[in-house]
Structure formats: structure tokens, C-alpha cells
Design a protein around this ligand. Structure first.
Ligand SMILES: NC(=O)c1ccc[n+]([C@@H]2O[C@H](COP(=O)([O-])OP(=O)(O)OC[C@H]3O[C@@H](n4cnc5c(N)ncnc54)[C@H](O)[C@@H]3O)[C@@H](O)[C@H]2O)c1
Length: 334
């Protein structure tokens, strides 16, 4: 069986979960780990690598010394653009953590570059590989819910000051590009945008520093996104809630409604309609692992990956329009 030779760039929080899940994936050969923090890279090489010596402080050394088909990128947001651009130009396939970048023109530029270099770039919006989210989306796309009227998603999460102390880039507007809406809420918004399938046209929003007053990015955000089909999406995202609660995503159509709760023990309940048990592609016990497995299959066997770079642009554009609206006080074109 052919294996995908994968390099990992960024050995922080999410990469750890991804590696724990991907270690079980027999279609993957994880050949090296790069992190500007040498200790982290070395720890990953020991825990998840083939050889404890396969660690690098500069990802470019890993790329030049190892035969790598693809990389998984999990570094602070401001580093996505230069690293993705460099690797596309080197012809290496990429699974990049969300958001693809923090500026829309950079996202468009990279999407075009990927096409020109025939490089596959996926963005890890792994809720697309959550079975219950996928069923909600398929119920919408296959018209079980009828004409789609409106969707509401809520991400009532909780973070402590240690979240910003441990990874300082989270608190820095330039390095992160935004707070809870971009970093956490965008997963749920991405699902509703995918379900509607039409173009996001305008957005309005308000953001607040409800809990973390000295941090540069918002900890609470409310947004409304208008769709070209006439549908409306409302999103609330927070990391200031006293006790973390499940994410909910509700979608109402002319024939029925879907109500998702997750991501732990995720499930979608339908009202007024019967919906088949649609299943996402990718194998694995967790959406993160399924997303990686589907990316591997995309590169090796050309089976579609649900979030290629072009599909990650609407959610970035919508979040950035909500941010602009929170400053202008007006609805902003997307
Ligand atoms: N898909 C998800 O559910 C999910 C969840 C959490 C985070 N993320 C995303 O993953 C990415 C990383 O987030 P995190 O929470 O793991 O952050 P983190 O701060 O825990 O880890 C980032 C790592 O990148 C390393 N790094 C910094 N500069 C580097 C460079 N130039 N080269 C190589 N490594 C470098 C840091 O040393 C650190 O180990 C972000 O895009 C974030 O939005 C996704």
C-alpha cells in the first residue's frame, strides 16, 4: 500500500491531537517534525515519528533533507501565508490549519497559485468530517429541508487567561487576525455556509471584549450573514462563557429543521423530515483524523477533499466582513 510521506510544521496544541489520531492511520508515513521551539519538535519526533532524530527548527531544512509528499501546517495564523506560499512554489501538497490566512487577498492569491502549480491545498475545517454536521449539510444540499430560510449557530466556549499566556500570538491582532469568531466560531459558520451553498453577500456584526479587556482580539462576537439565495445566518461565538457549553447549529427550511449539538458526542436531530444516514468520507474515530485521512486520499487517489482552499474562502470573507461591520457600524459587502 502506498503511503503519503508527511512532514509536520508546528508542534503545538492541535498538532498533538492530530498526531495522536493520525498515528493510527496506516496510509500515512510521518517523516519529520519542525517547530521553532526545538524541544517541542524533538518531543514530537520521539512520540510520533519513525526516528527520534527527525526533528527540525526550520521547516525548510526538513523539506530539503527529507522526501516529503505533503505537509500538515499548524502554526500561528500570521505564518500560514508565507509558509503555504513557499511550499506551493516547491510543489508540496498542504493540509493547513484554519483559517487559511488572515487577509482575503492573500487567500485568493494562494488559491490561484495552488491551481497554477497543480498543488493540492486543503484547509482543516474538520467539522465537515463530523458525522452529525455532515448529515445536516447533506440534508440541506439534497433538499430534504426544502427551501432554506435561516441558520443559527452558537459557540459558547470558555477560556482562561492561560490560553493567551501559553500561546501569546492568540492575543495579538496582527498575529492572529482575530479572536473567537475567526479562531473558534468559524468552524460552525463554515458548516452553515456549506449547507446553504449560495454566495455570502453582506454581513453585519458586533464584537466585544467581555472578559479579556486587555487582549487585542475579541472574546465575544455576534454576526449576521446574508446569502444570495435569500437565506440568513446568525452566529454567536464566545470564549468568555463561565462554563463551556456545546456548539449548536440549527438550520430551518420550508419542509423541516435540523439541530446539531457537538462536537463531543455530536448528533443532529431533524424535525418534520426523515433524512438518510449520510456518512462523510475518510476513515477514523474522530473528525480530525477523518479530515487527515481524507486529505491523504485526495493526494494519493484524487478522491475529493471537502475543504480545498477555494472552499475555505467564503468563511474567511464572512468573518472579515463581520469585523469590518463592527467598526463601521454598517452592513459590509462580502
Ligand atoms: N482545527 C481545529 O479544531 C483547531 C484547534 C486549535 C487550533 N487550530 C489551529 O491550529 C493552528 C495552531 O494552533 P495551536 O492552538 O496548535 O497553537 P500553538 O501555539 O499551541 O502551536 C503553534 C506551534 O507553532 C510553533 N511555531 C511558531 N512559529 C513557527 C515557525 N516559524 N515554524 C515552525 N513552528 C512554529 C510554536 O512553537 C508552537 O509549537 C492555528 O491555525 C489554529 O487556529 C485548529
Amino acid at each position: 500500500m502506498k503511503k503519503l510521506r508527511l512532514g509536520v510544521i508546528g508542534c503545538g496544541d492541535i498538532a498533538k491531537y492530530m498526531m495522536m489520531l493520525s498515528k493510527l492511520d496506516r496510509s500515512l508515513d510521518i517523516v519529520g517534525f519542525a517547530d521553532s521551539n526545538k524541544d517541542r519538535a524533538e518531543k514530537f519526533a520521539i512520540s510520533y515519528g519513525n526516528d527520534a532524530r527527525d526533528y527540525y527548527v526550520d521547516y525548510r531544512d526538513m523539506i530539503s533533507q527529507k522526501a516529503v509528499d505533503a505537509v500538515y501546517i499548524a502554526v500561528p495564523h500570521f505564518l500560514h501565508y508565507p509558509i503555504v506560499k513557499d511550499l506551493i512554489q516547491k510543489g508540496i501538497h498542504i493540509l493547513c490549519e484554519k483559517p487559511i490566512v488572515t487577509e482575503l487577498d492573500h487567500a485568493m492569491e494562494l488559491a490561484e497559485l495552488a491551481v497554477n502549480h497543480q498543488v493540492k491545498v486543503g484547509v482543516n475545517y474538520q467539522y465537515r468530517y463530523d458525522k452529525a454536521c455532515y448529515r445536516l449539510v447533506k440534508a440541506a444540499q439534497n433538499e430534504h429541508l426544502g427551501k432554506l430560510y435561516y441558520g443559527i449557530c452558537n459557540v459558547p466556549w470558555s477560556r482562561e487567561a492561560s490560553y493567551f499566556e501559553k500561546s501569546k500570538w492568540h492575543a495579538d491582532q496582527k498575529q492572529s487576525g482575530g479572536g473567537t469568531l475567526l479562531t473558534q466560531g468559524s468552524h460552525a459558520l463554515d458548516i452553515l455556509l456549506w449547507a446553504f451553498g449560495s454566495k455570502a453577500t453582506r454581513a453585519m456584526g458586533i464584537v466585544r471584549n467581555a472578559k479579556f479587556e486587555t487582549v487585542e482580539v475579541e472574546d465575544t462576537a455576534l454576526g449576521i450573514v446574508e446569502m444570495s439565495c435569500g437565506g440568513i445566518i446568525q452566529i454567536t461565538s464566545s470564549m468568555a462563557v463561565a462554563k463551556e457549553q456545546p456548539v449548536s447549529i440549527t438550520l430551518h427550511g420550508s419542509k423541516g429543521s435540523a439541530h446539531y449539538m457537538g462536537p463531543t458526542l455530536s448528533r443532529t436531530k431533524f424535525t418534520s423530515v426523515r433524512v438518510p444516514r449520510y456518512k462523510p468520507s475518510g476513515s477514523g474515530i474522530h473528525p480530525l483524523g477523518r479530515s487527515m485521512n481524507a486529505f491523504v486520499n485526495w493526494v494519493l487517489h484524487d478522491t475529493p477533499y471537502y475543504c480545498p482552499i477555494s472552499e475555505s474562502i467564503p468563511v474567511l470573507a464572512s468573518v472579515l466582513a463581520v469585523y469590518r461591520s463592527s467598526v463601521s457600524g454598517k452592513a459590509e459587502e462580502i
